[in-house]
Write a protein that binds this ligand. Structure first.
Ligand code: GLN
Length: 381
């Protein structure tokens, strides 16, 4: 293994999903729905495959109707008009957008600020770029941005800050004030912002604000999103990045040599998906609120300290009342003895001690599954 990857292991999501299968546990670990995306989107993919002419390499940075649909929804969400031909790139999921952004815009002498806990790909990709990771820890119960620590993390070497809002794994939605603080520090230190907003349609409390929409930020921001979470199609791996041309150049170059392009028929279907009426998103929130309530109430009733999420389809809890020495030990017991798989969050911290009392559960599952999981917790934990 190359030195830049030596410290990493198989991702925790793969590890836990394999264990869940082995122990026949209800999988509330890796964040993927156990139901399919909407029929109108699946139908569009089937038609694209059958029509002919839509099964060869796509244009590297995205098929024109998808780039246009992304530009349109970005305008709707952030108020910013972008050129679909020069400011939008379609990638293989947001995870590739993150890799193309970091590898395309960051040098080994740079520092990248990341809030922890973080989605594990951030750390591995920063390591592949050769840059140095600087972390700022968000702490329970509210996971607020610690202003002094954030100020101290910025330096003349800061190339960029990664901002994931709504935030995986905590379910935090960054407030406008927190984003204003980040924006002012980016401007003061001439730093970029790399924003992962894949859960932007899953907000239960408060509002999602794109950092790019704040004054003077679009020109220094790469905003990333994907189809997977919003449309329950995580296996399609359709994601994208939106950025001004001077930043998009680097992102596109990296993307050209990482994957070159992504699945053509799914891009046609994604263009269709992004034209969903507002009622689709309202229904999504209604469904997910009900799922969240089932799991949150269930977890509270068995004695966890629950940090109720404002967004995403994850909930973080503190397992201290059950007397286990670590999140890994607790999750092992949960899979083997209770029959529920969850994610031990210590892997999302540079110092694993910070995550040792926490556990992350996913509620992107049908209600019956969530109720069965709560029942198991009640009888077996
Ligand atoms: N983002 C998903 C999660 O946090 C997992 C993605 C992956 O498996 N790499 O569960």
């Amino acid at each position: 293994v190359a030195k830049r990857l030596e410290q990493f292991k198989t991702t925790i999501f793969t590890e836990i999903s394999i264990l869940a299968l082995k122990h026949n546990a209800i999988n509330l670990g890796q964040g993927f729905p156990n139901f399919d995306g909407p029929d109108f989107v699946k139908k569009a993919a089937i038609e694209a495959i059958q029509d002919g002419g839509k099964n060869q390499y796509a244009r590297g940075f995205g098929i024109p109707p998808l780039n246009a649909a992304i530009a349109e929804s970005f305008k709707k969400e952030s108020g910013i008009t972008v050129n679909p031909e020069t400011e939008v790139t379609v990638t293989s999921g947001c995870t590739e957008a993150i890799a193309a952004t970091i590898l395309g815009l960051v040098n080994p002498e740079d520092e990248i600020i990341v809030f922890e806990p973080f989605y594990d790909s951030y750390q591995a990709t920063v390591s592949m770029s050769g840059a140095t990771l600087k972390t700022v820890t968000l702490r329970a119960p509210n996971f607020d941005v610690p202003e002094q620590e954030l100020r101290a993390a910025f330096s003349s070497k800061t190339r960029a800050i990664m901002v994931n809002t709504p935030h995986n794994p905590t379910g935090k939605v960054f407030s406008r004030q927190e984003l204003e603080l980040i924006a002012s520090l980016c401007k003061e230190h001439d730093a970029l912002a790399f924003c992962d907003e894949v859960y932007n349609k899953l907000v239960f409390n408060g509002e999602h604000v794109s950092l790019a929409s704040l004054d003077g930020m679009y020109e220094r921001t790469v905003t990333m999103n994907s189809l997977g979470k919003t449309f329950s199609l995580t296996g399609w791996k359709i994601g994208w990045a939106v950025a001004p041309p001077h930043l998009m150049r680097g992102v596109r170059l990296a993307h050209s040599y990482i994957t070159f392009a992504t699945a053509t028929p799914f891009q046609w279907a994604a263009a269709e998906a992004l034209r969903a009426p507002d009622s689709f998103y309202a229904e999504l929130i209604k469904d997910y609120s009900a799922k969240k309530d089932i799991l949150v109430e269930g977890l509270k009733s068995v004695g966890f300290e629950v940090y109720e999420p404002d967004g995403t389809y994850f909930v973080m809890v503190d397992h201290t009342p059950f007397g286990f020495e670590s999140d890994v030990a607790f999750c092992k017991y949960l899979i083997e003895e209770v029959g529920i798989a969850a994610i031990p969050p210590s892997v999302f911290y540079t110092n694993p001690v910070d995550g040792k009392n926490l556990v992350r559960f996913a509620f992107c599952k049908d209600e019956e599954t969530l109720k069965a999981a709560v029942e198991k917790l009640k009888t077996k934990l």
